[in-house]
Design a binder for this molecule. Structure first.
Ligand code: SAM
Length: 186
């Protein structure tokens, strides 16, 4: 990860996940051997690298980013890893059009899949799978209406019957939600 951290500094990219969030991403990825993982918002690839560090050789990761220049940093550093597929494009469009298998872990780290297209992202979480979001603790540089949007999102997620969720005072403030497998036939 040091190379990506340096590349982020050089590109003046300040939105990579924190180290504590990254360490959790690696643990969650390790918890699903042969798993299917989705990251919305690649950035320069620091979260991607954390996820890859926890994944076994049979797991696969798709990571979606709108900004080609930013994602190019990640592609450059991680392209030799056959487990990752980079998608360049709008996350909302990708969520609308994706018709493949669901995912065991979804790290929704950009607007689509979090503040928009939430239903679509949650529908892609397999039973027993995890949906994770960060950047939930209020910051002084948030636009005035953002705190209310975050509260609405948390309330929405916590009131769902199809997911069990927990807020975590870890890193930038996280929420982890697991799709309940309760309704599956035994
Ligand atoms: C918080 S950063 C991602 C950090 C990365 N996941 C990590 O853990 O290091 C959010 C990223 O989402 C990208 N982004 C913003 N809007 C987007 C959209 N509509 N679709 C896809 N990516 C988007 C931004 O360019 C930015 O790189």
């Amino acid at each position: 990860m040091p190379a990506l951290r340096a590349a982020a500094r050089e590109a003046d990219f300040t939105r990579s996940c924190e180290e504590r969030t990254g360490s959790l991403l690696a643990v969650l990825a390790a918890a699903c051997p042969g798993g299917r993982i989705l990251e919305l918002g690649t950035g320069v690839g620091e979260g991607t690298a954390w996820l890859l560090s926890g994944m076994d050789s049979a797991s696969r990761l798709v990571t979606v980013e709108r900004d080609q220049a930013v994602q190019q940093v990640a592609r450059q550093e991680l392209r030799s890893d056959p487990r990752v597929t980079f998608v360049t494009g709008d996350g909302g469009a990708w969520l609308r059009n994706y018709e493949g298998e669901p995912f065991d872990l979804v790290f929704a780290d950009t607007w689509p899949g979090k503040f928009s297209h939430l239903e679509r992202a949650l529908r892609l979480v397999a039973p027993g799978g995890t949906y994770l979001i960060d950047d939930l603790d209020p910051r002084p540089d948030w636009p005035t209406d953002h705190e209310a949007a975050v509260e609405r999102l948390l309330t929405d997620l916590e009131s769902r019957e199809d997911f069990r969720s927990v807020r975590m005072a870890w890193g930038s403030g996280l929420l982890m939600a697991v799709r309940s497998a309760r309704n599956r036939e035994r």
